[in-house]
Design a protein around this ligand. Structure first.
Ligand SMILES: Nc1nc2c(c(=O)[nH]1)N[C@H]1C(S)=C(S)[C@@H](COP(=O)(O)OP(=O)(O)OC[C@H]3O[C@@H](n4cnc5c(=O)[nH]c(N)nc54)[C@H](O)[C@@H]3O)O[C@H]1N2
Ligand SMILES: Nc1nc2c(c(=O)[nH]1)N[C@H]1C(S)=C(S)[C@@H](COP(=O)(O)OP(=O)(O)OC[C@H]3O[C@@H](n4cnc5c(=O)[nH]c(N)nc54)[C@H](O)[C@@H]3O)O[C@H]1N2
Ligand code: SF4
Ligand SMILES: [Mo]
Length: 764
C-alpha cells in the first residue's frame, strides 16, 4: 500500500454511533494498527521498525509508560495497537518543509486542528517567525541559538521565562535541560506531570515518603485482588491487559471502578497468542460504576467497613504506621447517606467489595487520570493508601500502590529534576557537581505559568516537546496568554497548535525522535528512560533521521547552553563541559550517577539486559521516609461535590485514536464511535430527564464562579455511564475547564469533574 496524503478534517455530521464494544484487541486491533502504519511509513519501513519496539537492543515505545516484561519473557511483537500508532506518527514519511511554511501563514496554522497539523508530517529544519512577520521562515541553527540566548539574557530576570517539558524527553536530555535552566537562574520548570500524576506524587510523598508506585510487574501475577480505578487501559495502556490476563489466570479477582464500563476491561483477545485471538479472556469480574469524583467516599467507606470487621493488620499498623487513632476517629463520623450520594452505589455493593478486600491477602490498586484530575484528588489517593495500610498491603509481594503513568518517560523526567519545586538535597548535589548555586525558591508549575503569562510576569516560554496550548485548561484564556508573549520556542517533532498560537517572536526547533539514529562525535548514542514501575533501561533508534538537519534534544540543549554561558567553554576547568557531554552521552550519565540517588554505576548497570530497578524504600524494606518516619494515615474530611439541578458532571477523556493532543484518527472503536470527535456521552435516563433525544446537537456550557464557558455543537450519545455524569474528548473540551478549577494541594486542572449543562442548539 502506498502512503496516502493527509486527510482533511471531516464535517461533524459524518460521525457514526454504533454502541460500546464487548471485547477488545484481537485481529481488528492488529489490522487497524498495520493499516495506519502502512499509510504513514509504507510496508518495508513498518516491518523494520516494529521489529525493534521494546526489544532489548531497540528503542523504547514512544507511547505510554507501561513496563516491558524482563528480556527472557518478551515476545517478538512486544507492542500494542496504540504503540504502533505512536511509532507510525513519528516514523512517518510525510514532511513539513520550507515550502509548507511559505504556503501557510502563522494565522492559518492558528486556525487548524491538531489532527490536520499532525497529519502534515515531520518537521525538517529550524524556522523563525520574526516579530510582525506573517510567516515562519528558515533560520540556521547557529542563528537560532544566538537569538534565543540574546532574548533570554535581555529579560528583566530569569524568572520571566518558563521552561516546559513533556514526558517523552529522555533522562539525559531532561537532566541537561534542568541543569541549563537552573544555571540560568530559575526553577520555572512546569511539566506535563502537573496536569497528570502530580496528585499521585503529592499524596504518596506525604503518606509513604516517595511519590512513585510500589508495584513491579511480577507483583500483579501474585495478587489476589486487583482494583483498576479511574483508568482505561484497553486504550491507554494496552499491554496492561496482557498483564491482567496473566494475573487473572494466576487467580486474581479483578474489579473495575469506573463510571464507564470500559470495553478494554471486559473481554480481551490477546493478539500475542493463538488461543487469545480465538477465545479471549473476561478480565474484570466486577464493575463498580462509581459516580465521577465519588472515590474518596467509596474508599473511606471500605476503610470503615474494614475497621468494623476487625480485619485491621494490627501488627503492621503498630510497627510501621502513624496517626492511626486520629484516622479511625474520623472514620467513626462517616455518614452513609453522604457516601451513597457521592458514589451513586448501593450499600450492598460496597459491603461486598469490603468483604472481598478483607478476605484477600495481597491487594493491588492501579489508577490513572480518573483519580488525579479532580478537586479532591490528593485526598482520594491518600484514602486509598489508608485502606491499603490498614491491611499491610504495601512492601510485600503481590501487593501495593500502582499509579500507572502516562507519557513514556514522564516519571524519569521528574527523577532527573524536572520539577518546579526543587528538593534541597537535589540542589546541593547539583551545586557540588557543577560548582554553581542553583536558585532556591520554588518556580511556577503549568497552571501558574499560564497565570504568569496572563499577568505579564512571564515574557518567554520554551517547550521541550508537548503541545502546551492544547493540553492545558481554559483554551481561550491560555491562547490569549501565549500569543501575548514576546518569545516562544518549541522543540518538536511534529506541528501542533502551540506553533500557531505562539508569541510575537517564535521559533520551532525540530528534533530527532526515539526511532531515529543519534550520531555524535563519539559515535551512535543511546538514551535512557524510566517506566511506570521505576525500571531504567536503554533506548536506541536506528532509522535514518527524518531530515539531515535534525538535532537530538541533547544537542539542542547543550548548544543553546554554550551560547547562554560562553564562559563555560573557557577551559578553566570549573565550567560545565556542555560540548563533552554532547559528544558522548556516557559523560552525561556519569554526572547523573553522582547527582541522582539510585543511579550509582549508571553506565554499567543500564547496559545489563532489561536495565535496573530504582530503589523504592517502602517496597524494598517497608521503610517510610515521611515527616513522622512512618507510613502516615492521612485524615481528610469528605467534601462531596454538589451539582446544581439540570446540570451534569463532565469528564474529559481520550479516544482510542489519539495520544493526548496528537489525534491519529477520528474513531473511538471500543466506544462505538466512528468518523467524529464532537460527541458527548450521557446516561440515557439523564437524557430523558433533560428532555434530550439521541442524536441531538447541543452546546456544552460549563459554569464556574467567574462565569460560563462554551464548547459548541456536540452530538448527544446515550451511553452506559453513572447517573449524573457525562464524558467528552479532550482537547476539544479544554475550553470548558476553568484555569482556577484546580485540585487542592497538587494544582492539577480538574479535567474530570466539570459542572456543565447541555444547551440544545437551535434547529438548523
Ligand atoms: N493511546 C493512548 N495512550 C495513552 C495516552 C493517550 O492519549 N492515548 N495518554 C497517556 C497519558 S499522558 C496518560 S496520563 C494516560 C491516561 O490514561 P487514562 O487515565 O486511562 O486516560 P483517560 O482517557 O483520561 O481515562 C480516564 C479513565 O478514568 C475514568 N474516570 C474518570 N473520572 C473518574 C472518577 O471520578 N472515578 C473513577 N473511578 N473513574 C473515573 C474514565 O471513565 C476513564 O476510564 O494514558 C497514556 N497512554
Ligand atoms: N481536558 C484534559 N486535558 C488534559 C488531560 C485530560 O485528561 N483532559 N490530560 C493531561 C495529561 S495527563 C497530559 S500528560 C497532558 C499532555 O500534554 P503534552 O505532553 O504537552 O501534550 P502531547 O499531546 O503529549 O504533546 C504532543 C507533541 O509533542 C511533540 N513531540 C512528540 N514526540 C516528541 C519528542 O520525542 N521530542 C520532542 N521534543 N517533542 C515531541 C510533538 O510536536 C507533538 O505535537 O495533557 C493534559 N491535558
Ligand atoms: S502498552 Fe504503551 S508502551 Fe507498550 S506498546 Fe502499547 S503504547 Fe507502547
Ligand atoms: Mo499524562
Amino acid at each position: 500500500m502506498a502512503r496516502r496524503a493527509p486527510r482533511e478534517d471531516p464535517t461533524d455530521d459524518a460521525v457514526h454511533v454504533g454502541g460500546p464494544k464487548h471485547s477488545v484487541a484481537g485481529a481488528p486491533a492488529v489490522a487497524k494498527a498495520l493499516t495506519m502504519a502502512w499509510e504513514q511509513m509504507g510496508v518495508r519501513r513498518t516491518a523494520l521498525t516494529l521489529a525493534r519496539v521494546n526489544q532489548d537492543t531497540g528503542f523504547d515505545c514512544p507511547g505510554c509508560a507501561w513496563p516491558d516484561p524482563d528480556p527472557d519473557h518478551r515476545h517478538r511483537a512486544e507492542f500494542c495497537e496504540n504503540g504502533v500508532k505512536a511509532v507510525a506518527e513519528e516514523a512517518t514519511l510525510r514532511r513539513v518543509d520550507r515550502k509548507f511554511f511559505a504556503a501557510h501563514p502563522v494565522a492559518e496554522l492558528a486556525e487548524r486542528s491538531d489532527y490536520w497539523l499532525g497529519q502534515q508530517g515531520r518537521l525538517t529544519e529550524p524556522v523563525h517567525r520574526a516579530p510582525g512577520d506573517t510567516h515562519y521562515r528558515p533560520i540556521s541553527w547557529d542563528d537560532a541559538f544566538t537569538l534565543i540566548a540574546n532574548r533570554l539574557h535581555s529579560l528583566p530576570s530569569p524568572d520571566a521565562a518558563s521552561f516546559y517539558t513533556s514526558g517523552r524527553t529522555s533522562n539525559e536530555a531532561a537532566f541537561l535541560y534542568q541543569l541549563m535552566v537552573r544555571r540560568l537562574g530559575t526553577n520555572n520548570l512546569p511539566d506535563c506531570s502537573n496536569m497528570c500524576h502530580e496528585s499521585s506524587g503529592a499524596a504518596l510523598s506525604h503518606s509513604i515518603g516517595i511519590g512513585k508506585g510500589s508495584v513491579l510487574l511480577e507483583d500483579l501475577y501474585a495478587a489476589d485482588l486487583i482494583l483498576v480505578v479511574g483508568q482505561n487501559p484497553g486504550t491507554n495502556h494496552p499491554r496492561m491487559l496482557t498483564a491482567l490476563e496473566k494475573a487473572k489466570k494466576a487467580g486474581a479477582h479483578i474489579v473495575n471502578v469506573n463510571p464507564l464500563d470500559e470495553a478494554g476491561l471486559r473481554r480481551f483477545h490477546n493478539p500475542q497468542t493463538p488461543q487469545g485471538m480465538v477465545k479471549g479472556t473476561d478480565l474484570a469480574d466486577e464493575l463498580v460504576q462509581v459516580r465521577l469524583a465519588g472515590d474518596q467516599a467509596l474508599f473511606a467507606a471500605l476503610a470503615r467497613l474494614t475497621v468494623d470487621a476487625g480485619a485491621v493488620d494490627q501488627a503492621f499498623v503498630s510497627a510501621y504506621c502513624s496517626e492511626y487513632e486520629e484516622y479511625v476517629a474520623q472514620l467513626q463520623a462517616l455518614d452513609w447517606d453522604e457516601v451513597l450520594a457521592a458514589t451513586g452505589l448501593e450499600r450492598d455493593q460496597i459491603e461486598g467489595l469490603a468483604r472481598r478486600y478483607c478476605e484477600s491477602e495481597r491487594v493491588i490498586v492501579c489508577w490513572a487520570m480518573g483519580l488525579t484530575q479532580h478537586r479532591d484528588a490528593v485526598a482520594t489517593i491518600q484514602e486509598i493508601t489508608n485502606l491499603m495500610l490498614l491491611r499491610g498491603n504495601i512492601g510485600k509481594p503481590g501487593a501495593g500502590l500502582c499509579p500507572v503513568r502516562g507519557h513514556s518517560n514522564v516519571q524519569g523526567d521528574r527523577t532527573m529534576g524536572i520539577w518546579e519545586k526543587m528538593p534541597a538535597p537535589f540542589r546541593d548535589a547539583l551545586e557540588k557537581e557543577f560548582g554553581f548555586t542553583p536558585p532556591a525558591d520554588d518556580g511556577l508549575d503549568s497552571v501558574d505559568t499560564i497565570r504568569g503569562m496572563r499577568d505579564g510576569r512571564i515574557r518567554a516560554f520554551f517547550a521541550m516537546g508537548g503541545n502546551f496550548v492544547s493540553a492545558t485548561p481554559d483554551s481561550e484564556a491560555t491562547a490569549a496568554a501565549m500569543t501575548g508573549l514576546d518569545l516562544t520556542v518549541h522543540v518538536s517533532t511534529k506541528l501542533n497548535r502551540s506553533h500557531g498560537l505562539c508569541g510575537a517572536e517564535s521559533l520551532i526547533l525540530p528534533c530527532l525522535g526515539r526511532t531515529e539514529r543519534d550520531e555524535q562525535l563519539s559515535g551512535p548514542q543511546a538514551v535512557t528512560v524510566e517506566d511506570s514501575m521505576g525500571m531504567v533501561h536503554l533506548s536506541q533508534g536506528r532509522l535514518d533521521p527524518a531530515s539531515e538537519q535534525l538535532l537530538s534534544e541533547v544537542a539542542i540543549v547543550t548548544r543553546l547552553a554554550e551560547e547562554l554561558f560562553p564562559d563555560d567553554a573557557e577551559s578553566s576547568g570549573d565550567g560545565v563541559d556542555w560540548a563533552g557531554m554532547r559528544a558522548d552521552y556516557d559523560t552525561v550519565r556519569d554526572h547523573i550517577a553522582r547527582v541522582v540517588p539510585g543511579f550509582e554505576d549508571f553506565n554499567t548497570r543500564v547496559r545489563r539486559p532489561g536495565g535496573f530497578p530504582l530503589p523504592h524504600p517502602p517496597r524494598d524494606r517497608r521503610e517510610f521516609r515521611t515527616a513522622t518516619g512512618k507510613a502516615r494515615f492521612a485524615v481528610n474530611p469528605l467534601d462531596v461535590l454538589t451539582v446544581p439541578p439540570g446540570h451534569l458532571l463532565l469528564q474529559t477523556v481520550r479516544s482510542h485514536d489519539q495520544f493526548n493532543t496528537t489525534i491519529y484518527g477520528l474513531d473511538d472503536r471500543y466506544r462505538g464511535i466512528r468518523a467524529g470527535r464532537r460527541v458527548v456521552f450521557v446516561n440515557r435516563d439523564d437524557l430523558t430527564e433533560l428532555g434530550l433525544a439521541d442524536g441531538e446537537q447541543v452546546d456544552l456550557v460549563s459554569v464556574w464562579t467567574d462565569g460560563e464557558r462554551r464548547a459548541e455543537d456536540f452530538r448527544v450519545v446515550p451511553y452506559p455511564t453513572a447517573r449524573g455524569c457525562a464524558a467528552a474528548y479532550f482537547p476539544e473540551t479544554n475550553v470548558l475547564v476553568p484555569l482556577d478549577s484546580v485540585a487542592k494541594v497538587s494544582n492539577t486542572p480538574v479535567s474530570k469533574s466539570v459542572v456543565v449543562r447541555l444547551e440544545r442548539r437551535a434547529a438548523r
